[in-house]
Design a protein around this ligand. Structure first.
Ligand SMILES: *[C@@H]1O[C@H](CO)[C@@H](O)[C@H](O)[C@H]1NC(C)=O
Ligand SMILES: *[C@@H]1O[C@H](CO)[C@@H](O)[C@H](O)[C@H]1NC(C)=O
Length: 250
């Protein structure tokens, strides 16, 4: 399906920012936030919100900007992985739909409660004047009365990518469709294509998937950062692949 040289060792889930064909050819600097992810050693055990925030902060504090236009955090790079539906609870924030509200968490932190990580990321984007793509768990309340697919506990839990513009505004929210043994999360009832526009390179699409499951229409160029599994368990030995410009056919 795609003409790239990565082996089957690719971790089942990648965060992709797709530079859509049709955008003008431009040069820009893209960076990946590389660090050794500090994992929750007991991901099956529920913990308090404060402890979850302290854990995530350990994965956020080391950031130092190096002149990039856009920065991408790999999947699970802030909260870790291998949670259950219950134990991920304290990591969840409700990410508002940027198609419905215009919000900079950094400029207006009090507008929605329990959004500390969103605020942290928004301020990171604003302070460093860059677009920022990050992965986090999102809670979306639902009602079984109006939505038969709503889970019994009255909320969807989505594995989610958020994108901030270089002034800290939340500009995109993407819920992962192709889950990969992720007990903590629900598959979104509708598959939605999500894009955002940058002044330096036009439109990008957001996608998280296992590569063989990629289904994003016809040909596309992809800026791809992928966690490559060198051993099991994956994350502890993760090396992040350099950005690739793929020319792929789905
Ligand atoms: C912030 O960024 C967004 C998205 O790029 C843009 O639409 C908006 O005009 C910007 N706001 C300010 C105050 O610059
Ligand atoms: C994830 O959790 C399962 C069951 O709790 C465990 O068997 C497995 O080793 C864990 N995987 C990693 C990579 O830690």
């Amino acid at each position: 399906m795609a003409s790239y040289g990565l082996s089957a060792a690719i971790l089942g889930a990648c965060v992709l920012a797709i530079h859509l064909i049709g955008a003008e050819e431009t040069l820009y600097v893209a960076a990946v936030y590389e660090h050794r992810v500090i994992l929750n050693p007991r991901p099956g055990v529920p913990l308090r919100r404060r402890a979850a925030l302290e854990h995530m902060e350990k994965n956020l504090h080391a950031f130092a900007e190096q002149g990039a236009h856009i920065l991408v955090f790999p999947e699970d790079a802030i909260h870790g992985f291998n949670y259950t539906r219950a134990s991920v609870a304290s990591y969840l924030e409700t990410v508002p739909d940027p198609e419905e509200v215009t919000w900079s968490p950094c400029a207006d932190p009090g507008r929605f409660s329990n959004t500390e990580v969103l605020r942290r990321l928004s301020c990171m984007a604003r302070k460093n004047r860059l677009f920022l793509v990050a992965n986090m768990p999102d809670r979306q309340p639902c009602s079984r009365a109006s939505d038969p697919l709503c889970p019994p506990d009255g909320q969807y839990q989505f594995n989610t990518d958020v994108v901030f513009s270089d002034n800290g505004t939340l500009v995109a929210r993407y819920h992962k469709q192709n889950l990969y043994f992720e007990a903590a999360f629900d598959t979104p009832p509708r598959n939605k294509y999500v894009t955002f526009t940058t002044p330096f390179a036009g439109r990008f699409g957001v996608l998280m998937t296992q590569l063989h499951g990629t289904n994003c229409g016809p040909r596309f160029h992809t800026l791809l950062w992928c966690a490559v599994c060198k051993s099991n368990p994956c994350i502890s030995e993760t090396a992040y692949h350099s950005p690739h410009d793929l020319n792929a056919e789905a």
